[in-house]
Design a protein around this ligand. Structure first.
Ligand code: ATP
Ligand code: ZN
Length: 293
C-alpha cells in the first residue's frame, strides 16, 4: 500500500495495539505533542504541531519509514534487525526491553546453542536466527512461524524455539528452558534516511529531538536534597558520582550543610542507606520532569 503524502506534515508511525503502544504515546505526549488517540484508527493529527501519527502493526513500521510513508517511527530493535530495513536509528528509548533467546523443553539434553545442530528451531525471527546460526557454524532447520513459537515443541513442530523473552514467565509456563541469548532489544526512534533533504520537516525533527533528549535525560536524573556535616561532603559526592556542582547551604546548626543536586545515578534504597551511613539526614529523592541544557 502506498499512501500519498498530503502537505508537509511530519508523520510518526507507532504500534497501534501492542506492548509498545502505551509507552510510545506517553513518550510523544511527554515531548509536548497533543493528540487524541481515537481508538487508534489509522491517523491522528496533533493539535499543536504539524504532526500526524500513523497507527500500524509493528512489523510494518520499518518498511513504511524506509519508504518515506512515515518520517519517523517507534519500533523494537528486534524488528529492525529482522527486516534489515534501510533506516537511521535515531534514539534508544528505554522501554520495550526483551531478549531474543534460544530455549528447549526442560526434558531436552541440549545445554548450549551448539547442541542444536541437526534440530528444528521454531521462530518468528528467521533471519536473525539464520545469521546467528551461521556465525556459530551451527547447522539446524529453521521453522518459520508468525507467532506462538512457544507451543511448537509441544506440537512436535520443532525441537527448540528462538523467541523474544522478557521475564521468562512464558517459557516457564510452557516447560521451556533458556540455553542461550542471541541479543537484547529495546524500542528505538527511527528515521527515514532522506528526511534531512526536507528543510521543514527536518527542522521540526530537530526540535522534537532536543525535547526527546531532555525527556530521556530527565528520566535518568533524580533531584536529591539532604542535610549533612560539612566534613561528610567528599564522601557524599563519592556515593552520588553523577552529581554536578551541588548547591551547598550552611544550616543554622554549626558545621551542618544542606546539599541540593541533580544526580545521574539511579538513587535507590542502597545509595540512600550509604548516604545515611556517611552522616546525611533528611534525605529526599525527587523525580525530575524535564531538562534542557
Ligand atoms: P502487532 O500486532 O503490532 O504485529 P505483535 O504481537 O507483533 O504486534 P507485541 O507482542 O505487541 O507485537 O510486541 C511488540 C514489541 O514489543 C516486540 O517487537 C518487542 O520489540 C517488544 N517486546 C518487549 N517484550 C516482549 C516480549 N516479552 N515478547 C515479545 N515482544 C516483546
Ligand atoms: Zn508484530
Amino acid at each position: 500500500m502506498m499512501v500519498k503524502r498530503n502537505g508537509d506534515s511530519l508523520r510518526i508511525a507507532v504500534q497501534s495495539n501492542g506492548r509498545l503502544t502505551s509507552y510510545s504515546l506517553d513518550l510523544l505526549r511527554g515531548i509536548g505533542l497533543e493528540f487524541e488517540d481515537h481508538e487508534r484508527r489509522l491517523f491522528a493529527r496533533c493539535r499543536n504541531f504539524d504532526v500526524e501519527l500513523l497507527f500500524l502493526r509493528d512489523d510494518d513500521i520499518p518498511e513504511y519509514v524506509a519508504d518515506g510513508v512515515a518520517d519517523l517511527g517507534i519500533v523494537g530493535l528486534n524488528v529492525i534487525r529482522e527486516q534489515e530495513a534501510d533506516l537511521e536509528e535515531m534514539v534508544q528509548l528505554g522501554f520495550g526491553f526483551c531478549t531474543l533467546t534460544l530455549a528447549v523443553p526442560n526434558a531436552s539434553p541440549a545445554m548450549r546453542p551448539e547442541d542444536l545442530a541437526g534440530s528444528r528451531i521454531a521462530t518468528t525471527h528467521p533471519r536473525s536466527l539464520a545469521r546467528f546460526l551461521a556465525s556459530r557454524d551451527i547447522g539446524a532447520d529453521i521453522v518459520e512461524l508468525h507467532g506462538g513459537a512457544e507451543i511448537a515443541p509441544a506440537l512436535d513442530v520443532a525441537d527448540a524455539i528462538c523467541d523474544l523473552v522478557s521475564t521468562g514467565t512464558t517459557l516457564r509456563m510452557h516447560d521451556l528452558r533458556r540455553i542461550g541469548d542471541i541479543w537484547d532489544s529495546q524500542a528505538w526512534m527511527v528515521s527515514n534516511v532522506d528526511l534531512k533533504a526536507d528543510a521543514n520537516r527536518s527542522a521540526l525533527v530537530s526540535r522534537l529531538r532536543v525535547r526527546l533528549d531532555g525527556l530521556l535525560t530527565a528520566r535518568r536524573l533524580k533531584y536529591v536534597t539532604l542535610n549533612a556535616p560539612a566534613e561528610a561532603l567528599p564522601r557524599i559526592r563519592e556515593i552520588l558520582p553523577g552529581m554536578r556542582s551541588p548547591t551547598v547551604v550552611p544550616l543554622a546548626d554549626s558545621g551542618m550543610v544542606a546539599v541540593h543536586a541533580a544526580a545521574q545515578e539511579e538513587v535507590f534504597w542502597e545509595a540512600m542507606e550509604r548516604l545515611k551511613e556517611a552522616g546525611a539526614t533528611e534525605i529526599l529523592v525527587l523525580p525530575v520532569e524535564k531538562v534542557m541544557r
